[in-house]
Design a protein around this ligand. Structure first.
Ligand code: 5GP
Ligand code: ZN
Length: 142
């Protein structure tokens, strides 16, 4: 099983450091984020160490997201949230701090103070078609 002895989440997987584990199965573990954005903020990680989604075998990737309905339902019930964000920061530029793939499930309320607005842009004429073609070429080469 891929493991990084210096990784804090790998240490949680083998109970070398404690975590408030709420759910686990043969592929994943879910526990409370130690610095929550809201009470009940969950992390879910594969037991195996991969630093990026790009490195995860598709079955492991599927295992990570397949628990979202189960965890989400429990999160809504336990926290009384009105909704939740599922976030995955991949790479430092995207805000990833812990280099072991993980999803955040963040309980949300309409009147909470977390905010979630990014500066969306517009495509210049034809640029969307160029990008679509570039994507199709990239997929064809994978
Ligand atoms: P990232 O920015 O990498 O997507 O988020 C990493 C998250 O892991 C942060 O929200 C941080 O609070 C959480 N975290 C970091 N170290 C620990 C730890 O030792 N235990 C737990 N439960 N959460 C941690
Ligand atoms: Zn790890």
């Amino acid at each position: 099983m891929p493991r990084d002895p210096d990784c804090v989440f790998c240490k949680i997987v083998v109970a070398e450091i404690p975590a408030a584990v709420v759910y686990e199965n043969e592929s994943i573990i879910s526990f409370l984020d130690v610095n929550p954005l809201a009470e009940g903020h969950l992390l879910v990680i594969p037991r195996e160490h991969y630093s990026s989604v790009l490195d995860i075998p598709p079955t492991q990737c599927g295992a990570l997201f397949s628990v979202a309905p189960t965890l989400g339902r429990a999160l809504m019930e336990v926290t009384g949230a009105e909704g939740f964000n599922v976030l995955l920061n991949d790479g430092r530029a995207a805000g990833q701090v812990v280099s072991h793939v993980h999803c955040h499930l963040v309980p949300r309320r309409a009147d909470d103070d977390l905010g979630y607005r990014w500066n969306a842009k517009k495509y210049s004429p034809g640029r969307d078609a160029e990008l679509t073609a570039a994507y199709q070429k990239a997929f064809a080469q994978q």
